[in-house]
Design a protein around this ligand. Structure first.
Ligand code: ADP
Ligand code: ASP
Ligand code: MG
Length: 412
């Protein structure tokens, strides 16, 4: 008998029939003797619609109220899921984020889970109840509802699994696992059986949205085995049909390159003619960090005349206007010229085997050159190489790299 957290994403609860299909899977797990906590997303499209309503009312809305609005999508699905389970004879009850409670910090709109009170949940599970929890939401110290950022239901599921010391966290979605590239872009992408937490962290942070990055971070820290699987196939998590995200030690074959990721969420900002003297980078990036704006890639060149240099960096597109505002208010940069570009894509190759192989970067650059794709910015870590290219070439770049690293499935 295992304790399983099963999360169903938006397309897996898109309408009442899909909710019933998901409930049937939960019932199969319960019949097999497992204890189950179900986490649900809003029905697909609902969160976007709710965000649209906020945008329509105000350009700079109060994030506390945004959280009240957007968290409602998950609440509706949770009640419906509990009803669907009861309909098939499963003892089920929904518990909202504040009722459990799932405590978060007060970064409204992208809050982080601080802790989850698991005692009451254990009691209810022991009494034979299936617990249904709306994903994406928690409660702050001030007793306000907070949401965990887009895709945050994954994080609710993994945080619950960690707090309950669950045996596994199943993430049901519309693909049957993690692929070597987004199967919507690369037809020949292959399903990966096992992927390490480290690789999945990189993939998730580089645009592979099948899991929210924060969920992988918690899974890695707490060693929660996570499985990505399809809710559209006639199987259940306990049959282990999906991709297992697990410890590097549990993976026999370490690929040099495991996957290619693509992100279109970045904006490029260049500050021209920054005086080339100590402390200027801190003067630029500290206020941005204080404004909770994440900086990703950074390039700064040495100035040829020792006077001024250009500084280029990327931020998420949704935060670029705010970033420009912050820079515009800084005394040191008030006369600096700023260039911004939204039409960029970040393409990355990821693999733990990269640590012990060379030539991965040169292959990437040669492949892109062959396709005539210009590289604007490069950044690397031990297990990934990312480049920023013109967005127009994003899919071409992903397909070419997927092929170049031998990841494409042979035609049957
Ligand atoms: P959910 O609504 O269930 O949370 P998401 O849309 O967040 O689902 O995530 C699933 C989607 O992630 C898939 O439909 C797929 O297009 C996309 N995706 C991107 N990259 C990958 C990848 N490497 N492997 C699998 N899916 C990927
Ligand atoms: N419904 C939220 C979103 O669309 C959270 C989630 O589904 O994970 O971002
Ligand atoms: Mg998702």
């Amino acid at each position: 008998m295992a304790l399983i957290v099963a999360k169903f994403g938006g397309t897996s609860v898109a309408d009442t029939e899909r909710i019933e299909a998901a409930a049937a899977k939960v019932m199969r797990e319960v019949k097999a003797g497992h204890k189950v906590v179900v986490v649900v997303s809003a029905m697909s499209g609902v969160t976007n619609q709710l965000v649209g309503h906020c945008d329509a009312i105000s350009k700079v809305y109060d994030l506390r109220e945004y959280d009240v609005v957007v968290s409602s999508g998950e609440q509706a699905t949770a009640g419906l899921m509990a009803m669907a389970l009861q309909e098939v004879g499963v003892q089920a009850r929904s518990w909202l984020g504040w009722q459990i409670p799932i405590h978060t910090n007060d970064m409204h709109g992208k809050a982080r889970v601080i802790d989850v009170d698991a005692d009451e949940l254990h009691k209810r599970l022991d009494a034979g109840e299936v617990i249904v929890v709306p994903g994406f939401q928690g409660v702050t110290k001030e007793n306000r509802i907070a949401t965990l950022g887009r895709g945050g239901s994954d994080t609710t599921a993994v945080a619950l699994a960690a707090a309950l010391a669950a045996d596994r966290c199943d993430i049901y979605t519309d693909v049957n696992g993690v692929y070597t590239a987004d199967p919507r872009i690369v037809e020949k992408a292959q399903k990966i059986d096992k992927v390490s937490y480290e690789e999945m962290m990189e993939l998730a942070s580089l645009g592979t949205k099948v899991l929210q990055i924060r969920s992988v971070e918690i899974a890695m820290n707490k060693e929660v085995p996570v499985q990505v699987l399809s809710s559209f196939e006639d199987t259940i998590g306990s049959n282990l049909p999906g991709t297992l995200v697990t410890r590097e030690e549990d993976i026999m074959e370490k690929q040099t390159v495991s996957g290619v990721a693509c992100s279109r969420d970045d904006a490029k900002i260049t500050v021209l003619d920054v005086p080339d003297r100590p402390g200027l980078a801190a003067k630029l990036f500290t206020p941005l960090a204080d404004a909770a704006i994440n900086i990703d890639m950074i390039v700064q060149n040495v100035s040829s005349d020792g006077q001024g240099t250009d500084m280029t960096f990327t931020v998420s597109r949704g935060e670029s206007t705010r970033a420009l505002e912050v820079i515009g208010n800084l005394e040191e940069f008030k006369d600096a010229s700023l260039l911004t570009a939204d039409n960029v894509a970040k393409i990355s190759v990821v693999g733990i085997g990269m640590v012990s192989h060379h030539g991965v970067a040169s292959k990437m650059f040669a492949t892109l050159a062959e396709k005539g794709i210009n590289i604007q910015v490069i950044s690397t870590s031990e297990i990934k190489i990312s480049v920023l290219v013109d967005e127009e070439y994003a899919e071409l770049a992903v397909r070419a790299l997927h092929e170049a690293y031998g990841l494409s499935q042979e035609a049957a």
